[in-house]
Design a protein around this ligand. Structure first.
Ligand SMILES: Nc1nc2c(ncn2[C@@H]2O[C@H](COP(=O)(O)OP(=O)(O)OP(=O)(O)O)[C@@H](O)[C@H]2O)c(=O)[nH]1
Ligand SMILES: [Mg+2]
Length: 429
């Protein structure tokens, strides 16, 4: 092969690059400064973020406090309004006069002077099984009406079975035109207890009187107090929400006789169900209401739940008091209606009698007036004969003359004050 001199292959050229050749001291400084600036900016950002988070926390706390404060203010305002409402209701009840509920116009043609002049006004009786909370309910009403922290009615009494005690409450409030009548000791719903109840309804038992059902002390008709203003005008049946007899329906049978007694007479009872605080499952309340209504014959609108004041419950609770006053108002409403029904029945009877005898009221003779009195009040005629004789001697021969001269005659007549009340009632009818 020609030549033979061959050129050696080119050696790879190695170029050394000094990658730091551009790094001047300035650039290093710049880079450091940039880095420092970045770090500073990051620190600043983080600081701001922390500050912002703190500010947000603070804002949240402030808003929470604000909300709590507003909630407290709202609560205080709600309480103040409740207290005002309770005070207003109390004032209204203290000023209550007979006829306020239905309006006096609805009594236009009826003689209601006895109710208007009575100190006690509408008498509201409490009935119900022993321990149901009658006395506690009276205490709750007393505390609401008298603004005291304790009622005067004795509760949880261990009254012996077979005796019933009747006591009046709220009659001591000056000018109060209704009172509550407590009955203590109903246990068995027996015939004797039913009779005792009717005696209480017709005012044949004086407040403070103890009835012994076993007959040791029978109600003496002569001692009775049975003018209409002393009857019960409203009945409240108190049942306990924890009473098994209410829940299993036994009370519907137990109270049969009482319902049968009240309905035709126009007595519509109000039902109060106590111990509602002890009903844990509140969804049971509807069922309890239905059962209480069936047992008492009260429409469901007249069945009220209440958690009574307990003797150790010293703080006032406007909700409890408002409920108690709502019940009182309901009792006054049914009471007025009962008075109206009773007076109308009386009036119809009188008109029928007058029509039958062909007499007009103004012409009624003294003999006929006293006969009527003896019939309605079960007075032996012999008792009134001396009075009739005396009146005839004075030429008082008609009911009208007796009425016109009553002021002069009243003190002269040789009769008891109870009889005088009867006569006064009869001539003013
Ligand atoms: N938790 C609670 N206890 C009540 C309530 N009402 C009454 N009590 C308690 O039940 C018990 C009986 O109440 P009273 O008021 O004495 O019952 P009463 O119907 O008057 O009973 P008698 O006079 O025996 O016929 C007492 O211990 C009361 O404190 C209520 O609504 N809730
Ligand atoms: Mg009692």
């Amino acid at each position: 092969m020609g030549g033979g001199s061959s050129t050696p292959p080119p050696q790879p050229r190695i170029v050394y690059v000094d990658k730091y050749k551009d790094i001047t001291a300035d650039k290093v400084r710049e880079a450091r400064e940039r880095r420092a600036r970045e770090l500073r900016e990051q620190a600043e950002r983080e600081r701001r973020e922390i500050q912002e988070a703190e500010r947000r926390d603070e804002e949240r706390r402030r808003q929470q406090q604000q909300r709590e404060k507003q909630e407290k203010q709202r609560e205080a305002e709600r309480l103040r309004k409740l207290q005002q409402t309770a005070l207003g209701e109390r004032e209204k009840l203290l000023k209550y006069c007979f006829g306020d509920k239905h309006g006096l116009r609805s009594f236009d043609s009826l003689n209601i002077r006895d109710m208007q002049q009575s100190d006690r006004g509408i008498r509201i009786g409490m009935f119900g099984p022993s321990g149901s909370g009658k006395s506690s309910f009276i205490n709750t009403c007393e505390r609401a009406m008298k603004l005291t922290d304790k009622g005067s009615c004795e509760t949880q009494t261990s009254g012996a079975e077979g005796t019933i005690l009747v006591q009046e409450y709220l009659d001591d409030i000056e000018g109060c035109k209704f009172c509550l009548v407590d009955t203590r000791g109903f246990f068995t719903f027996s015939v004797s207890e039913f009779l005792a109840m009717t005696n209480i309804v017709y005012g044949r038992i004086l407040p403070g009187e103890m009835i012994n059902l076993k007959g040791a002390k029978k109600v003496d008709k002569e001692d009775s107090w049975d003018t209409f203003s002393n009857w019960l005008h409203a009945v409240v049946i108190v049942l306990s929400a924890r009473d098994p007899n209410l829940l299993n329906g036994n009370h519907t049978t137990n109270l049969n006789t009482i319902r049968a007694f009240m309905k035709p007479r126009g007595i519509a009872p109000v039902c109060v169900v106590t111990h509602v605080d002890e009903v844990r499952d509140k969804s049971q309340l509807d069922q309890i209401k239905t059962k209480a209504s069936a047992a008492t014959g009260s429409p469901e609108s007249h069945v009220f739940f209440i958690e009574n004041y307990h003797p150790e419950h010293n703080e006032r609770d406007c909700n409890i008091e408002l409920r108690a006053m709502e019940i009182l108002n309901s009792a006054l409403t049914v009471g007025e209606r009962y008075v109206k029904i009773h007076k109308q029945q009386q009036q119809y009877e009188k008109e029928e009698k007058q029509a039958a005898s062909g007499q007009s009221k103004e012409e009624e003779s003294i003999d006929s007036l006293f006969q009527r009195l003896c019939d309605t009040k079960h007075i032996p005629h012999a008792k009134v004969e001396p009075v009739i004789a005396l009146l005839k001697e004075e030429d008082v021969t008609t009911a009208r003359l007796l009425r016109d001269n009553w002021g002069d005659l009243e003190d002269e007549l040789p009769i008891s004050s109870r009889m005088k009340t009867y006569i006064k009632e009869a001539i003013s009818e």
